[in-house]
Ligand binder design. Structure first.
Ligand code: SF4
Ligand code: SF4
Length: 104
């Protein structure tokens, strides 16, 4: 998830490429994608490219572990492909994904 967390992830098995941990201070996946699910203060979700208002000052999710956190947030897990080496990569990758999956 989104949301600057990597909690609950299983340790990698021997011989399997390790799943990266969420990078502190990134927050790209709480900014670049649109979210259509309702959440507190945002009954229609949020637009792409807009920082989620539930990010704290350290770009971590204030709703983490709470029922109000949209399930879609927990479904987006860190990956080498998405997170890349830096935040700029992640924002670009997620923005391209958003454009490729937009339905309008
Ligand atoms: S609720 Fe907002 S801050 Fe929390 S994980 Fe979802 S998009 Fe990120
Ligand atoms: S793009 Fe990756 S590193 Fe950045 S907030 Fe999302 S999961 Fe964390």
């Amino acid at each position: 998830m989104a949301g600057g967390d990597n909690d609950g992830m299983a340790p990698p098995s021997p011989g399997v490429a390790a799943v990266p941990a969420c990078r502190p201070g990134c927050g790209a996946c709480c900014i670049a994608p649109s979210i259509s699910s309702p959440m507190p203060g945002l009954p229609h979700g949020k637009a792409a490219g807009v920082p989620c208002p539930h990010l704290d000052d350290a770009l971590r999710c204030r709703l983490f572990g709470q029922p109000a956190r949209p399930p879609v947030c927990g479904s987006l897990q860190p990956s080498h492909e998405m997170c890349g080496p830096d935040r700029q990569h992640a924002v670009r990758w997620l923005t391209e994904l958003e454009a490729a999956t937009r339905c309008d």
